[in-house]
Design a protein around this ligand. Structure first.
Ligand code: 531
Length: 371
């Protein structure tokens, strides 16, 4: 198969030539199909260390046939976790427990990825099943940081400390160190979380960034943190390892971040060395009216792919095999990322192969070969 150049939508991806079960190559990595397990927080780590739960959760979806299994948002700093139960990759102690998991995923024919993350002003929250509200420091919470001292609102009441330029450099270096640890742990795909109102998104959205320095104000300045961090991560990664960036394609409010902004950011991310834009949306505005429904974000992946000329991933209420297959066949996106459907059905990929009459392309582990 032709090697896909970094960040380019190759001729090979011409509409109609690919389907959900076509392999997909970026840099030195080939996904056996276009189905990815979207990173999903499990809130089941202690001190950021992944547990048996993570091994079973991620491992069973590799057994279930997904081509790419991306581990949840993992804090590049302890204060960058959403909750005390979130996973981490901020110290060398995290490497071995993750390695056990990446080894299992690879042994079962899938590519292990990790989403490296910093929650910024949305950090320090209770576990969702304990209400998810801001966690005070005397109940196990911690001080938060962000581009500007503006709380998210609602139950997220913590006002972040405005980051100094030195803070920005420290966090950027934390992303670099985390990316290197992720590679040492055996991950073959790195995703930089720049969506859902977390730190990177909160820099590029005018809703949460009211800085007066070189990191705020104009579009150019607001995207600086995301671009500098992406470049720094890219430089730290071996050439063979792809870098995806998850963005919120829109804030879903008139005075917020827009799809046009995302297209321009994606062009610049491509120049910064990003290989794929994972096109999500929302998460930075408390009361945004989001028109959720089947595939409600898919058109963002299509617009960014077409206008920025970069490989994209579609995510958001993708639940049906034919729906996922159409996204690839119609050239809307290059991969699909499924979240909740994978919680309901770890075997989505095998079921999809059956529904789409592509069972020759799906690989059950030998132990399950009789299936
Ligand atoms: C859900 C979410 C989706 C889109 C916008 C905002 C929120 N997720 C996002 C997760 C954490 C749990 C809730 C992350 O992105 C880490």
């Amino acid at each position: 198969m032709t090697q896909v150049k970094q960040g380019a939508v190759s001729d090979e991806k011409a509409i109609g030539t690919q389907n959900l079960f076509s392999p997909f190559t970026i840099r030195g990595v080939t996904l056996p199909n276009r189905i990815a397990v979207s990173p999903m927080c499990q809130y089941s780590a202690t001190n950021g260390l992944p547990s048996d739960w993570h091994l079973v959760h991620l491992g069973s979806r590799a057994v279930g046939g997904a081509g790419l299994v991306i581990a949840e948002a993992s804090g590049v700093e302890a204060r960058g976790r959403i909750t005390p139960g979130c996973a981490g990759i901020w110290s060398d102690e995290h490497v071995e427990p993750w390695r056990r998991i990446t080894k299992f995923i690879k042994e079962n024919g899938s590519i292990p990825g990790i989403q490296i993350a910093h929650a910024g002003r949305k950090a320090s929250c209770a576990l969702p099943w304990n209400g998810g509200a801001s966690l005070s420091n005397d109940k196990g919470g911690w001080d938060t940081i962000g581009p500007s001292p503006i709380a998210f609102g609602g139950d997220l009441t913590k006002t972040p400390r405005e980051m100094s330029v030195e803070d920005i450099e420290i966090v950027r270096q934390s992303f670099v160190d985390a990316a290197k640890r992720a590679v040492a742990a055996g991950f073959e795909w790195i995703e930089f979380h720049s969506a859902h109102g977390y730190l990177s998104h909160s820099f590029y959205s005018p809703i949460s960034n009211q800085r007066k320095d070189q990191y705020g104000g104009s579009f150019e300045n607001r995207v600086r943190f995301t671009l500098e961090t992406s470049s720094a991560i890219r430089e730290a990664l071996p050439d063979a390892i792809p870098l995806s960036v998850r963005i919120s394609s829109t804030d879903w409010v008139d005075d917020g971040w827009t799809l046009n902004d995302s297209i321009e950011l994606s062009r610049r991310l491509k120049n910064a060395g990003a290989d794929l834009i994972d096109c999500s949306s929302g998460g930075n505005v408390l009361d945004a009216k989001i028109p959720t429904g089947a595939g409600y974000q898919t058109s963002f992946a299509g617009a960014i792919r077409r206008e920025a000329g970069i490989v994209t991933g579609a995510v958001g209420m993708i639940t049906e095999p034919a729906q996922a297959d159409q996204i690839i066949r119609n050239g809307v996106a290059d991969i699909v990322l499924l979240a909740r459907e994978f919680l309901r059905n770890p075997y989505f990929a095998h079921d999809a192969a059956k529904a789409l009459r592509q069972t020759d392309k799906a690989h059950w582990p030998v132990q399950y070969g009789r299936a």
